[in-house]
Design a protein around this ligand. Sequence first.
Ligand SMILES: Nc1ncnc2c1ncn2[C@@H]1O[C@H](COP(=O)(O)OP(=O)(O)O)[C@@H](O)[C@H]1O
Ligand SMILES: [Mg+2]
Ligand SMILES: [Zn+2]
Length: 510
Amino acid sequence: MFSKAYSATIHGIDGLIVSVEADVSDGLPIFDMVGYLGSEVKEARERVKIALKNSGFRLPAKRITVNLSPADIRKEGTAFDLPVAIAILTALGFLQEENLKNVLIIGELSLDGSIRKVNGVLPIVYSAQQKGFSKCIVPRENAKEGAVVGNIKTYGVSTLLEAVDLLREDSDFVPETVDVDALLQTKNQEDGIDFSDVAGQKAAKRAIEIAVSGMHNILMIGPPGSGKTMLARRIPTIMPELSFEESMEISKIYSISGLLDNRGLILQRPFRSPHHTITTSALVGGGRIPRPGEISLAHQGVLFLDELPEFQKNTIEVLRQPLEDKMVTIARLHATFRYPAGFMLVAAMNPCNCGYYPDRNQCNCSVNQVKRYLNRISQPLLDRFDICIEALQMNYKELEGKTEEESSEQIRRRVNIARQMQIERYKNTKIYFNSQLTPRTIKKYCKLDQKEQTLLEQAFIKMNLSARAYHRILKCARTIADLDQSERIKGKHISEAICYRSLDQKYWGE
Ligand SMILES: Nc1ncnc2c1ncn2[C@@H]1O[C@H](COP(=O)(O)OP(=O)(O)O)[C@@H](O)[C@H]1O
Ligand SMILES: [Mg+2]
Ligand SMILES: [Zn+2]
């Protein structure tokens, strides 16, 4: 007897349908599995055999062959256990082939027949829906993330027997539901942090507002305790609210990484803050079975590198390509994987070992020590930041907080206006944000009148700017003009943008 069940595997951040064929025939009692299998999938044999036995099904002394196709896609992970068991039970006549039509099945089996959660359920159910499946059977613990997809019934099951009962007759079972609209309503009432918590720091807040508006990378320099981490942590709160599509895209990445909580949907812009000891593959993604790294977990949000000079040089170096492409590509012998990585890079650093340079009352570092510390940040890396600012230590008066500080929501309203200007300007192009402008597109979208042109040229000569710095100033000025709802880039926009590059001179200049 021959039968076929449907399952799926993850490729990049998408689900890919896999058919699981089982054949039972006379011959030596052997259980064989084929179809370009990773090691966990090969081990499914043992788990399935014992789980079937412990669920009360006796395998006859026959030859069982299971084939997973398509053959050119390598299958990894443990999610094929359940569909393999189901296909075998069907080939043996415990279930009708009819029962398996239009049903996608995933789940890891324990030896006692219970079903364990697996990664990647959200993108898998999503692709099942796209392919016209009507039902998905998934581990109970993953049911919510499946239900988020909609237009397909997702059933959570706890045991192999439950899955069998469900396939025989589903009328007693209720598909999982998630009220996506209600979830989306709750999205901004979460961890309660807000820019109004930060007293003073007007200049830093302004720079951050500009950075978020144009998705410019930003570097903050300042002594310990000046509020760098505090400011960075609040950046996601002024980013535009996530659309449902963006939420889904991020949630897929978290689903694959096994990081979705039981609501099944990521509702807030990510803020990822990996420690400086992080490995390259944990940062950009990788591993034997490739997984998204921190830069993909920060997709649509913020990647915060605190204590930037402490990171390994080569770890930072690998960020260059994804920073340009908003995507990371991981090549393996058997396939190439692509993960989204559209994050805003925020970094913070002390200006020297002790942290208090140039305050000579507090900093005893020698000039050379300071230089060596700062030079851990190479010029090419520094060039990645359109905006560099100082976070200055606050005095007590400011910290007392007599004045009411602006809320994140107020700031976000202005950010949204600047974003809208960009959407209008760049419609029908592949550009979303000013920070993505290339030297060629800068010419087109950041045209200057003669007066402004002269202003910039003078600064260029006086500050001994590189061509890269020149372009970064123009992009930043474009965003400042957008916040001002001005299609024309004016002198004051240029001047402010130049300020955000002047720290190069102060700290890194000769
Ligand atoms: N502008 C500020 N308003 C309110 N609290 C502040 C401010 N700056 C610093 N703090 C307080 O100081 C603490 C240390 O700030 P932190 O962000 O960790 O500094 P840094 O990262 O620059 O070392 C914060 O947790 C906060 O309690
Ligand atoms: Mg800090
Ligand atoms: Zn010092």
